[in-house]
Design a protein. Structure first.
Length: 218
């Protein structure tokens, strides 16, 4: 399948998509969930925490929560405490995301890739079970070959995807909306397509940027 990347048509054998803000209009819900999660006893740190969240979308929620306690509060926390706090976040987040709509053009682009016979993967920083539940609830799950959540981190998972599919990195595209996505693509040498959302713009170089994924079709 030829896609318009870096201002020219390039043959692509594998598409990998971030979920929140790329496939689904779930970023606003995720942002609100992080805002609500901050314990009232530490409400004074909410603004600083949200700056960390906005700059770090694409990384696992466990890392954000760990950063809140360790970096902002200077507290050492146990792994069990983190598990419990992530579970509390999930209780807030999952109902907010359950009925997210597709982003404009994303479903049509995924269908075009399926029609062309191109494997389609989802790679998200959301935990596996929660990711699968959100994809199912929004009717998106059936359009993808494999759905992968966290852990591990995206660079490791993307490396594994390329190895398992036998796909050369230069024939793979990772579509994302955050620096973590761009960095993962760079890590393996894959093409990165930036699809802006509410997340902060990537800090690294962006060569291909779209406002609708259908712009990649020739």
């Amino acid at each position: 399948m030829d896609l318009l990347l870096e201002n020219s048509l390039k043959p692509i054998d594998l598409l990998v998509f971030d979920c929140d803000g790329v496939l689904l209009e779930s970023m606003a819900a995720k942002i609100e969930a992080f805002r609500q999660w901050v314990p009232e006893a530490h409400a004074a740190q909410r603004a600083a925490f949200m700056e960390i969240v906005m700059a770090g979308f694409g990384t696992a929620r466990t890392q954000h929560i760990r950063s809140f306690y360790q970096d902002l509060l200077g507290q050492s926390v146990s792994e069990q405490f983190l598990v419990d706090e992530v579970a509390r976040f999930a209780e807030i987040c999952e109902p907010l995301c359950a009925q997210a709509d597709w982003r404009v053009g994303s479903r049509e682009f995924v269908l075009a890739c399926r029609e062309a016979g191109i494997p389609r993967y989802v790679l998200s920083g959301t935990p596996q079970q929660a990711l699968e539940a959100m994809m199912e609830s929004t009717g998106a799950a059936g359009l993808f070959d494999v759905i992968i959540g966290s852990p591990p981190a995206k660079p490791e998972s993307l490396t594994r995807i390329l190895a398992e599919t036998g796909t050369p990195a230069h024939r793979c595209v990772f579509v994302g909306d955050a620096e973590a996505d761009r960095a993962a693509a760079e890590h393996v040498g894959a093409h990165f397509v930036y699809f802006p959302s509410e997340a902060n713009r990537p800090t690294g170089e962006v060569v291909t940027e779209v406002s609708d994924l259908r712009q990649l079709l020739n």
